[in-house]
Write a protein that binds this ligand. Structure first.
Ligand SMILES: Nc1nc2c(ncn2[C@@H]2O[C@H](COP(=O)(O)OP(=O)(O)O)[C@@H](O)[C@H]2O)c(=O)[nH]1
Ligand SMILES: [Mg+2]
Ligand SMILES: [Zn+2]
Length: 410
């Protein structure tokens, strides 16, 4: 592939125009099918005077891969227009299309699908039905990945934070207290479970005397995962991080607030596109400056999703995520005498034997067991919810049956 060309003044490059025209079908649609976006949408405005802010209109640059083209083909035949959700404001997605950004309204039936509401990163099918003055997002294309946590406000509902991501950057600050290993493990479970490739980004290396040693600590719990040691102040590690984001791919930053996600994003984009905040000195915690999940664009064609810090990071359907994040313990467990060993008190437990032999640290095992237990509690709640949903459906059915007989009896 050709060497990526640096954009001018931060404007997105028309990436691979030659290839794109061949591989991306143009969808014919009635002119004026898509409504204009009101001017109050921050990222369509001119930000920082660098000319940044115009999102790409080229579908390939937006990540419309062959897979999505194939999935979309039948919808295109029906006259739908494809678009990618760059942010969601009060339930209303902002959708990037070949004709520019469009504010859309999700079709009512989408609120009831198990995919949940439309998320940042989703590909949607747009239409403006006859007689409507708003654009409707009628369908969500099946996601290649989804970073999902348990909805903090609900008993047993998953909340998709970002969709169709290639890489999840789990961001942790090395200062003031070094990486939080247990939180890192939890974040990695969710990152693995998303279906994207996880990577760890350690920030604020400039504030540490021995950043390399802290990196090694993180590496010991982030098995099989790339680790980037960075500083937004000195620029350390930023070019390497930049190079790891290929044009046409999407990466999402997740991590506690104040770790430096938005600062790093600004450095990568080369313009102050996101607001950042001072961290309180007393506890090193950040304020929530970033309020919405939102997409930004590298001049070379990569897509970045910034997100507000998440205090609650409860697991959601993370069985495989745990297995991927703890390959060391899962492998040891295969040597346990009992297949359903809980690694707490059973005889012949290979995990505890490794602990006694000093091959496994107690903190990591505790972390693993805690996450497993959380998952079991979630499964029990999901069970209760599933039963409640069924009971509700049954009642509705019986009501229908009753009405049917009543009406027939008349
Ligand atoms: N010394 C230092 N400070 C940083 C670095 N990255 C971010 N910060 C500071 O950390 C604070 C929080 O950054 P911000 O990007 O808003 O964090 P976010 O909540 O994760 O988006 C700001 O005051 C930044 O200037 C870094 O690499 N080194
Ligand atoms: Mg931020
Ligand atoms: Zn065991």
């Amino acid at each position: 592939m050709a060497e990526p060309v640096r954009g001018h003044g931060g404007r997105p490059r028309e990436a691979g125009v030659g290839e794109t025209n061949r591989s991306t079908p143009r969808f014919r649609h009635r002119r004026g099918i898509l409504s204009d976006v009101p001017n109050d949408t921050p990222h369509t405005g001119d930000i920082g005077g660098a000319g940044y802010g115009e999102p790409p209109r080229d579908l390939a640059t937006l990540g419309f891969t062959e897979r999505f083209q194939a999935l979309f083909a039948p919808l295109a035949e029906k006259g739908f227009v494809p678009g990618r959700v760059s942010r969601v404001d009060r339930g209303l997605p902002l959708v990037l299309t070949e004709d520019g950004p469009v504010r859309a309204e999700p079709a009512a039936h989408l609120r009831e699908t198990s995919d949940g509401p439309i998320a940042v990163g989703d590909w949607v099918a747009l239409a403006r039905p006859e007689g409507h003055d708003v654009t409707i997002a009628e369908a969500i294309l099946p996601r290649t990945s989804a970073f999902t946590r348990k909805d903090p406000g609900e008993q047993a509902i998953g909340q998709v934070m970002a969709a169709n991501i290639d890489t999840v950057f789990v961001v942790q600050a090395l200062a003031p207290n070094g990486p939080n290993l247990s939180r890192l493990e939890r974040e990695l479970v969710l990152a693995w479970e998303s279906g994207a490739v996880p990577a760890v980004v350690l920030t604020k290396a400039d504030l540490c005397r021995d950043a390399e040693a802290l990196r090694d600590e993180a590496a010991a719990v982030a098995l099989g995962v790339d680790i980037h040691l960075t500083s937004a102040v000195t620029g350390q590690g930023v070019p390497e991080l930049h190079d790891s984001i290929a044009p046409g791919t999407t990466v999402a930053f997740f991590g506690a607030s104040g770790v430096g996600k938005s600062t790093l994003l600004n450095r990568l984009v080369g313009a102050d596109v996101q607001e950042t905040a001072e961290v309180r000195e007393s506890d090193g915690k950040g304020r929530h400056t970033t309020v919405a999940r939102e997409m930004f664009f590298l001049p070379e064609g990569g897509i970045l999703i910034d997100s507000p810090g998440m205090r609650a990071l409860a697991l959601w359907d993370a069985e495989e995520g745990i297995a991927s994040a703890f390959p060391d313990i899962e492998e040891l467990a295969e040597g346990c005498r009992f297949a359903d060993c809980t690694h707490t008190r059973e005889p012949g437990c290979a995990v505890r034997a490794a602990l006694d032999a000093g091959e496994l640290v107690e903190r990591r095992l505790e972390s693993y067991l805690r996450l497993k237990e959380e998952l079991e509690r979630l499964a029990a709640k999901q069970d209760v919810r599933a039963r409640a949903d069924k009971a509700k459906a049954d009642r509705a059915f019986h009501r229908e049956v009753k009405r049917f007989y009543k009406e027939r009896g008349r």
